[in-house]
Design a protein around this ligand. Sequence first.
Ligand SMILES: [Zn+2]
Length: 216
Amino acid sequence: MCVAFSYERACHLHNNKCSYQSLNMEEENTVVVETEDVTVSVAPASPAPQEASSTQEEEEEEDRDEIFLSRAIEEAYKAVESGDGRPFGAVVVRNGEVVVSCHNMVLKHTDITAHAELIAIREACKKLDQINLSDCEIYASCEPCPMCFSAITLSRIKRLVYGANAEAAVAIGFNPFIGGTLKGADFHEKPQLEIKKVDGKGEEVFEKTKGKFQMS
Ligand SMILES: [Zn+2]
């Protein structure tokens, strides 16, 4: 059973073959049919309307994810262009609307903890005047480091969508400590958090900004 993901959604950790999800799908595809002589038989359900609407919902979700993740990636470029910090961005979203959009500011604040996700969580809490962000999602240009992932967990954010794998950042010289956060065993102990990686423009941020910012 997949406990790390929302059960309605695909589980990338298990190559979208989460057993719980498969079980549900089987159940949904089976119907009980009453015949004229009142015997009851079981037959495959016709897929149609429910599957169609679920596909539409998935497509809408993908579109939203792409929009908000692009915003986080724009922030990553902005961090470097402005000289504020390193190429990482994060956006907190609630009910489909951006609450805050932030980027790494370790250089501007001379603060090694001024990561994009941490700033976004702080600012979102202030703006919403609450410390529980369970009705929010966070979009990060890169897989969060252990510090930021802890903050995401503590804030009870319900969904994390990220672009690049942290290994792409490590490959251009970032501390290897930031890699592999989502591969740890405790990851499976956070069923309230859905995590999704979106392939695309996340990794290229590092190649395009390499050499344009200060590493230490
Ligand atoms: Zn971080």
